[in-house]
Design a protein around this ligand. Sequence first.
Ligand code: ITT
Length: 195
Amino acid sequence: MPNPLVFATHNNHKLQEVAAKTGSQLQLLSLTDIGCMEDIPETGTTFQENASIKSHYVFDRYKVNCFADDSGLEIEALNNEPGVYSARYAGEHGNHEANINKVLTNLNGVTNRKARFRTVISLLWNGEEHFFDGTVNGTIRTERVGAQGFGYDPIFEPEGYDITFAEMSMEQKNSISHRAIAMEKLIDFLNGKQA
Ligand code: ITT
């Protein structure tokens, strides 16, 4: 019997990326599946803090095993901005177009293009909290390339590749992404628990 596990996100792209990896051992449920339609406040100042706020919010109300992630882009030349503000860097939550424009403007003429995507996952499993993280290093392009993915994907070129995340298929991005790395650690942990 698959174990129900709630992924505390409203972002369908993320759910799909993760669902492609979890297989049949877990029944992955979204916030929509459990009827949680509220926007969970992300008031922390670190990825870890925000992930933890979200997983606790769901657990406190629904008493289910659950996990939440917080992810974002850190750009070296911008003092690791946008960081925890990645989704609302230009003001409005989830306006990826405006967010990318702001990054490109802020990096105009800057030669250090180093950046990294980071994910931290907080898992509440049988009443205990566990953290998992993932990082992908790369560089910020000077213009958008590619139409796949979401967020900052069109301007992020992962190290070791000459294409952006937005030029990769979901499968390819999924095999190397920050979220995938953190998720793999989560899944290893869960498999260990169920063995
Ligand atoms: P939820 O809070 O509902 O889970 P979100 O869109 O806010 O969804 P995250 O907290 O994981 O998702 O990420 C914050 C922002 O960081 C996201 O809106 C994007 O702008 C950026 N981001 C995170 N992961 C990304 C990825 O794989 N590709 C491109 N941008 C990403």
